[in-house]
Design a protein around this ligand. Sequence first.
Ligand code: NAD
Length: 282
Amino acid sequence: MKHYWNKKTAIVTGAASGIGAATAELLARKGMNVVMSDIQTKPLAEAASRLKDEGLNVAHKVCDVSDPDMVEALGLFAENTFGRVHLCFNNAGVAMHGEKMHEMKLPDWRWVNEVNIQSVVHAIHHILPRMIRHGERALFLNTASIGGLQVNPNWLTGAYSMTKFAVVAMSEALENELKSTQVRVAVLCPGAVATNLSNASTRPDRLGGATERPQQDFLREAIARVGVPPAYVAQRIWRAIEDAEFYILTDAAAKVTIETRHRRIEEALSRAAEYSATHINN
Ligand code: NAD
């Protein structure tokens, strides 16, 4: 069936594996031109080749999303290869689970900040303005996490959640700021997905190089056990694109934790209202 996104161009970061690979494939099968990008050279080339060999419109470019110059080059590469960018899927990210924040090493803080937060900043700076300028309907889609809406009480996800809260905040702000433009914004907040997220070998040389994070070994086991397949998430994203959803969730497992958080905030609001009623202008 013909749809708006047919023959339009998408950039997908973190496309060598997991959610990015599955979504790049689905978008290509839906008729989009897809620029697949990742920091991992060989897995990226292999993932792209599989789709190119089928005759799908796919190109690939290595990019470390924590490096602003590389993100700028990625945007230019996409335009030079396929023309205007209509969908920018800022999806690359790394885990930082299983460790208390006060025990974390500073290079790990820097790594998770730069890959999970600065990646989106770099796309906002270098790619989004070009999407606004061309004037055609477009989508700026960021991958946060269900950890961007609550802090998992069991998985020691403080640093990771902090970065994903930032991605949700940037997405909410962008949605507001872009209201008068033709660029829509959405934020993907997946629950557990069976991917390679626990892999720590992708830490860029600039940020200390490949590392081990035995603290998150449980994550590998947990997402393999309870995670949904990446292809399910890709289908979920496509449905959300068609329905113009803003918050894209993949399951409701965190419902109680999110409701508890909201209830505590509402209770704090009630206390603040009561306090201000008796202490302001009195
Ligand atoms: P994944 O590890 O399978 O895929 C992530 C990809 O990002 C990898 O191919 C990796 O090489 C790439 N990457 C890492 N650092 C990069 C960098 N500096 N520059 C460019 N590419 C880089 O994991 P995934 O689960 O598919 O992760 C995709 C996104 O989904 C991430 O943002 C992650 O935080 C988020 N997420 C995952 C889950 C889950 O349970 N798997 C849940 C919520 C959110």
